[in-house]
Design a protein around this ligand. Structure first.
Ligand SMILES: *Cc1c(COP(=O)(O)O)cnc(C)c1O
Length: 432
């Protein structure tokens, strides 16, 4: 159904399977490995993840059926989400390009992360677990999993990077309202946390440290599983619902993207939108361009492609990723979700194979927030700080089309809304 500029997919046309790109990759994904020293991280995976999740991590089937209850919860969370043609923004930019954005901001907790949170909580519940534990950086992931655990009747412990938790009181309260047990990380609940606090009682924490805490937490509790909101193969698998819906929506208007754009931290929203389109590029050799928008403080796609840990304390297996190094200190920015030292193995492999371009924006964020302001004023939606990077990249592409006269079709993702993070806009744009 196409009303004006809004392309709605009827509920009955929502995809019934996720798409697994692993068997379609140009070459097999390098497997996770153990480091030469210390206990086996690979063997420990069985203690920290649910069985279904581990199976999906290395699945060989191209399509994996979305369980009925997950489908129902997707629908309850507002799926399928609209695809919107940004006609007003196009007019404002005076570009011959066609701009389309996927509206992941219509999410009950504010981001695309509910797509995998629902699936992960569902499998944990199905396998008899009573509690989940996770880390969160910007707070979007913690909120999404708190929502999913609440709906599915699971307890949740969230280790929240202290530097972010201290200035995001509203998100803290929302997670608590959903019933989650939230603590600032480093915390005194784990060995890793206590060690960091001993070094510095006001330690600001970091995503890698919070991951270490959550993993340590579940390793000692048989009734608890760990959950990660980005990076891993199963997370990207669940997120393909974004791109699969979008592909059907583009068919409804008889269009196909020349450029697919999104912001990239760990790679889950970028992968979610782009992976179904990568399939066409790999199979049919079309020339769709894929553009990842990143911050200068964490341009992980420009990092080395090598084996690295996913966390600070080296509790995860080694994954082959484009990485800045797992102990890299990353400067705070408003687009907090883009601060991760490495990109998902699937995305890293596609990058190494030459399929992905990157656009790196300056760390003061003035450039991306000014472009986001244009979007707010023409399209009317308030994006998450991370999504501003996606918007800025799309506007840059559209302005290039204005110069070259090309009528490209540009597709971009708006991964979340900014209602709980207005101070980002206030600080960067100096609003009163
Ligand atoms: C977490 C988050 C991101 C970045 O994470 P990816 O895994 O790279 O998608 C981007 N946007 C929003 C709104 C987020 O919550």
């Amino acid at each position: 159904m196409v009303h004006n500029n809004t392309i709605q997919l009827p509920v009955e046309d929502m995809p019934t399977s996720w798409y697994n790109i692993l068997p379609d990759l140009p070459s097999p994904l390098p497997p996770p490995m153990d480091p030469e020293e210390g206990p086996s991280r690979l063997k420990n995976l069985g203690n920290i993840f649910s069985k279904n999740i581990l199976m999906q991590e290395a699945a060989e089937d191209k399509y994996i059926t979305i369980p009925d209850e997950v489908r129902d919860l997707y629908i309850q969370s507002g799926r399928p989400r609209p695809l919107i043609r940004a006609k007003r923004l196009e007019n404002e930019l005076n570009t011959p390009a066609k701009l389309y954005y996927k509206a992941e901001f219509y999410s009950p907790t504010g981001s695309h992360k509910v797509n995998t949170a629902i699936a992960q909580a569902y499998y944990a519940k199905k396998e008899g677990y009573e509690r989940m534990a996770t880390e969160t950086g910007a707070g979007q992931w913690g909120t999404a999993l708190a929502y999913a655990c609440s709906l599915l009747g699971l307890e949740l412990t969230v280790y929240w990077v202290r530097a972010a938790s201290s200035w995001k009181a509203e998100r803290f309260r929302l997670m608590q309202l959903y019933g989650a047990d939230v603590c600032a990380s480093p915390s005194d609940r784990t060995e890793v946390g206590r060690k960091m606090l001993k070094e510095d009682p006001n330690h600001p924490g970091g995503l890698g440290i919070a991951i270490s805490e959550a993993i340590e937490d579940v390793s000692t509790d048989e009734k608890a599983v760990y959950s990660l909101g980005s990076v891993l193969n199963h997370v990207l698998l669940h997120q393909t619902i974004i791109g699969l819906e979008t592909k059907k929506q583009m068919e409804l208007v008889d269009d196909y993207p020349d450029v697919v754009i999104s912001c990239l931290g760990g790679g889950s929203n970028f992968g979610g939108l782009s992976i179904p389109f990568f399939k066409d590029r790999i199979k049919n050799g079309n020339d769709t361009k894929f553009l990842a928008a990143q911050s200068e403080v964490a341009p992980n796609l420009k990092g080395e492609y090598r084996y690295d840990f996913g966390d600070y304390a080296e509790q995860t297996p080694l994954l082959k990723m484009c990485t800045l190094g797992h102990r890299e200190q990353i400067q705070p920015i408003k687009g907090d979700g883009l601060r991760y030292h490495a990109a998902a193995p699937i995305i890293s492999a596609l990058k190494a194979a030459g399929y992905i371009d990157t656009l790196i924006f300056p760390s003061d964020e003035e450039y991306v927030f000014q472009r986001a302001k244009k979007f707010v004023q023409t399209e009317g939606f308030l994006p998450a700080a991370e999504s501003n990077y996606s918007i800025a990249a799309a506007i840059d592409e559209a302005l290039e089309c204005k110069n070259s006269g090309e009528e490209k079709t540009i597709l971009f993702n708006i991964s979340g809304h900014g209602f709980m993070d207005m101070h980002g806009f206030a600080d960067v744009l100096e609003l009163q």
